[in-house]
Design a protein around this ligand. Structure first.
Ligand SMILES: CC(C)(COP(=O)(O)OP(=O)(O)OC[C@H]1O[C@@H](n2cnc3c(N)ncnc32)[C@H](O)[C@@H]1OP(=O)(O)O)[C@@H](O)C(=O)NCCC(=O)NCCS
Length: 389
């Protein structure tokens, strides 16, 4: 079986398979290919027959204040006639080898089922959360900075999104295709709108949202695609702006980190989680990934890791991780006293689970002192992202 970029005919076959698998129209597949780039499609082909395919968004993911090249894996599909025959696992294995060989140390995906991805070393490593809050709960807030409606162009929001990413974990450096998804309305009758808060040339916040207008008034909702406020004034203004919609829309929905700091600034905070999904990460290149993320500035520690990885030989074995002044170096060797498999390393790496948490799950073997050292090295905000891909 070959794993490679598809020909034009194979792209159209993949479109039929994806459309059948995910239940979306062919036109949506064409738009997805435009956003991803045909060069980022992969197919499994044997004797001229398409046995499956997938797609990769070329992104970066922020961890510890640094952006790391990441493959956002999507559209993984195998024909229903041959599922559970090993093709999914085979394709994912070839993709991970390719990523390791071509300098992309991370792969991230939103699983429809965790089972096949766990088989190749993915593990839960961050969240995608949506909250709902009755707009009246925001309470009275002052509009302290100006609000400007702006065209939906990535450049309007990019520097603020990057600021948030640099102080969070898990946010994306969005590709043009991912920005395009963010700006695309759910219902063409209700366009997505974007606003900047503060000085137009040096904004302090932004909001990108759409309106959901079902028949029943009580079901109407403001759906925020993304929002961020970098200052106290922008935070209050953002809430004042949203509060101003309360006569038409009973509820607000938005995506945020599990403990969203914005909710510390509303009068009441009875937000309910609409969903709390988990995305998975696979470290395609462990030493590179460890060296590329940032670490807490005050931590100076060493860990002797022994990583098990049955798929990628370069990840398998003993590594000494030395962290100092926010940077890491990784060298082969050390006494391998912290034993972990490549899948369990992913949530530790993204600060999703601490080493102490992993020990309670039986996923790491280390002394108490080593667990504390690992906890300090990988301490940081809970990883999240405001979109799904
Ligand atoms: C998910 C999918 C890509 C997996 O490919 P596949 O060729 O069927 O999977 P494999 O045969 O390589 O299976 C790998 C493991 O995952 C398990 N698995 C596969 N599909 C599964 C499913 N839908 N639910 C639970 N487990 C599943 C297999 O049983 C196998 O486990 P095992 O090692 O214990 O036997 C394929 O089933 C598919 O196209 N499903 C519909 C689309 C979809 O859900 N895509 C994923 C989007 S994130």
């Amino acid at each position: 079986m070959q794993f490679r970029q598809p020909t034009a005919t194979e792209i159209s076959e993949l479109g039929q398979l994806a459309s059948q698998t995910f239940g979306f129209p062919q036109a949506k597949f064409a738009l997805t290919v435009e956003r991803i780039g045909a060069e980022n499609l992969r197919v499994a082909v044997e004797d001229g027959k398409l046995n499956g395919g997938l797609a990769v968004y070329r992104l970066e993911q922020w961890l510890g204040g640094r952006a790391i090249p990441m493959a956002g894996v999507a559209l993984v599909c195998v024909p229903p006639t041959t599922r559970a025959g090993g093709t999914g696992r085979w394709m994912m294995s070839r993709l991970l080898e390719e990523l390791q060989a071509t300098g992309t140390p991370l792969a991230t995906l939103f699983p429809s089922t965790q089972v096949p991805y766990r088989r190749v070393g993915f593990e839960q490593a961050g969240t995608w959360n949506q909250f709902q809050l009755p707009l009246t709960q925001i309470g009275r807030q002052r509009r302290l900075v100006q609000i400007h409606e702006v065209p939906l162009e990535a450049q309007s929001f990019h520097s603020l999104a990057t600021h948030r990413a640099s102080i969070s974990n898990g946010n994306l450096s969005r590709s043009p295709g991912i920005w395009d998804r963010l700006f695309a309305p759910t219902d063409p009758e209700h366009p997505v709108r974007g606003y900047l808060l503060g000085d137009r040339d040096n904004p302090e916040g932004y909001i990108v949202f759409e309106q959901s207008m079902p028949q029943r008034i009580e079901d109407r909702c403001l759906l925020v695609r993304d929002m961020y406020a970098r200052t106290g004034k922008a935070t209050e203004t953002l809430w004042a702006f949203l509060h101003g919609h309360r006569s038409i829309f009973p509820n607000l929905r938005w995506y945020g980190p599990p403990t969203d700091p914005l909710l510390a600034a509303t009068e009441e905070a009875r937000a309910i989680p609409v969903f709390n999904d988990r995305w998975m990460v696979r470290m395609a290149d462990v030493p590179e990934a460890l060296q590329q993320r940032g670490y807490p500035a005050g931590v100076k520690e060493t860990l002797d890791l022994e990583v098990r990885d049955e798929l990628i030989p370069g990840n398998h074995g003993r590594f000494q991780l030395r962290v100092s002044e926010g940077n890491a170096t990784v060298t082969p060797g050390g006494d391998g006293s912290v034993r972990i498999d490549v899948a369990a390393l992913a949530p530790l790496f993204t600060s999703f689970l601490s080493a102490s948490n992993l020990q309670t799950l039986g996923r790491i073997t280390a002394s108490d002192q080593e667990l504390q050292r690992a906890d300090a090295i990988f301490a940081g905000p809970e990883p999240w992202m405001p979109e799904k891909f």
